[in-house]
Write a protein that binds this ligand. Structure first.
Ligand code: 13P
Length: 248
């Protein structure tokens, strides 16, 4: 009932040539029931929207919570929609850490994007010291609560959550299927208790952090893992195709 969804987050990588290469590989593939979304750097979005077939979503990696105006360097929702981009990743740990986006800012961005017609991949996840201090759920719930308080129940239909433990991102240190499943299941319980059973049943929760062509099989079999958000391996056509085929 929850459609498995694989996102490729290129971060600050890629080129026109890579858009051509990866779109060629994905357009030719059969991925069964899996939904695919590719998040490229902003300048490559128009080319990506042109090259990827229409059933593959194209996503920005961030956008402003302001409508328009004097915000040099920012990208707004209206421009994304104008170029037919209908997804945005918000609250990635790199935005939170490096660019100091607070829980509150992330909540406001998610709300603004959804109220203005985009679909959102909202990222949450704890740092290593927080996991070691047994604060994983405390941190994840704090991040979730900042999003929940900005959204109506109906707006959750346009949210995909991405659980990305920061210690697993770009480190090669993937969460075990059991570790990921445990947090995903807790997130779903929290949604049931704090939003509604319907939202808990229907919201897709991706796992992100060192997902690759080898470990995706075991991770996808967990009952509360509804997709992946893939960094490094999404830049390699063959690996990303293998990950997108993990349900076949
Ligand atoms: P890696 O897959 O490179 O660990 O990155 C994960 C990530 O941050 C996806 O958003």
């Amino acid at each position: 009932m929850r459609k498995f969804i694989v996102g490729g987050n290129w971060k600050m990588n890629g080129s026109k040539a890579l858009v051509n290469e990866i779109s060629g590989a994905l357009n030719a593939g059969d991925f069964g029931p899996v939904e695919i979304v590719v998040a490229v750097p902003a300048p490559l979005l128009p080319l990506a929207r042109e090259k990827f077939k229409s059933t593959i979503g194209v996503s920005a990696q961030n956008c402003s919570q302001e409508k328009s105006g004097a915000f040099t360097g920012e990208v707004n929702v209206d421009i994304l929609k104008d170029i037919n981009v209908d997804w945005v990743i918000l609250g990635h740990s790199e935005r939170r850490e490096i660019f100091k986006e607070s829980d509150e800012v992330v909540g406001k961005k998610v709300s603004f994007a959804i109220k203005n017609g985009l679909k959102v991949i909202a990222c949450i996840g704890e740092k290593l010291n927080e996991r070691e201090a047994n604060q994983t759920m405390q941190v994840v719930i704090r991040q979730l609560e900042a999003i929940r308080k900005e959204l109506s129940e109906a707006e959750w239909a346009n949210v995909v959550l991405a659980y990305e433990p920061v210690w697993a991102i770009g480190t090669g240190k993937v969460a075990t299927p059991q570790q990921a499943q445990e947090v995903h299941s807790e997130i779903r319980k929290w949604l049931a208790a704090n939003v509604s059973q319907k939202v808990a049943d229907e919201t897709r929760i991706q796992y992100g952090g060192s997902v690759n062509a080898k470990n995706c099989g075991e991770l996808q079999s967990q009952p509360d893992i509804d997709g992946f958000l893939v960094g490094g391996a999404s830049l390699k056509a063959a690996d990303f195709v293998t990950i997108c085929r993990c349900k076949l």
